[in-house]
Design a protein around this ligand. Sequence first.
Ligand code: KG4
Ligand code: ZN
Length: 333
Amino acid sequence: MQSDSIILGIESSCDDTSAAVLINGKVCSNITANQDVHRKFGGVVPELASRAHQSNIIPVIDQAIKTAGIENQQISAIAVTQGPGLMGSLIVGLNTAKSLSLGWNIPLIGVNHLQAHVAALFIDHKVEFPMLCLLVSGGHTQLIWAESFTHTEIIGETIDDAVGEAFDKASKLMGLGYPGGPIISKLASTGNAKRFQFNDSQVGPYDFSFSGVKTSLLYFLRDEKAKNSEFIEQNLNDICASYEISLIQMLTKRFNNAIKDKKPKSISIAGGVSANSALRSAVMELSAKYNLPAYIPDFQYCTDNAAMIAKAGQFLLEAEKFISYDALPYSRS
Ligand code: KG4
Ligand code: ZN
């Protein structure tokens, strides 16, 4: 009788400590400890992140194993984020994974965090290739052409900030807190998106730029506040809605260009910003326009999580792609 394939996934690339158990391709637990310590700084403080990972990682792994109802000895392999991400944070996850792999005498799999965001799509969907994926996170904005999970090509990407950063920085400018995406999105839901205009930049057809729109928000707020010191408070929902729609249109314009030219068999979004409702609706519109299946991750798999690391680990395990104990983390992709 063939034994079960049980993968323990570990993610610690930024400010979330997460562990998940995947049994024969099915997610049986996915536990994440968020780090509230960064909130008051309006962004992730790397040193605080690695310290919080150190205290969270063992309890989180423990809970993931217990929730899945398995024993340590049943685990077949460990998949861990090797990069890109914050160096100190990655080291905590990778070293923990190395120790467990050595102690339990099971293979170790190094996962690329961006590939894992794409792997999240495979948790709930049977994917049709070639697929065009818009990967939108706090650190990256890419258009990925995927012939299969392992054969991918970046056909477009941001030349400066990531779209998640454009949300986070705008939130900081308005004193709203971190992470900015969900905060802005919630406020935007009751605002008038046509009230203010924030212009797109001139890059393309598949590349993105978000530093200009962020700067135009900065100057706009500065000028309006000079006339009315209460301007932000009095118009918050409309500012958020107008800013959000500008970002979403900048994304969908390039996505549309690429779908039209490259003619994929399916489209998808992945990464933290794929939790955004306005983006999710815009992608469903593209799906209807081109009559293509669209894969949108379940909310729990949009932002950083270990289930996606374990899922990527499953493909790498099948391809027997392991790493050794001297493998190093990498901060950039
Ligand atoms: O993928 P992720 O969890 O971490 C990285 O790999 O970067 O993405 C985090 C980003 C943050 O910038 C956050 O503001 C954004 O995803 N985000 C959102 C939403 N939820 C998270 N942006 C817009 N709307 C949301 N609902
Ligand atoms: Zn991520």
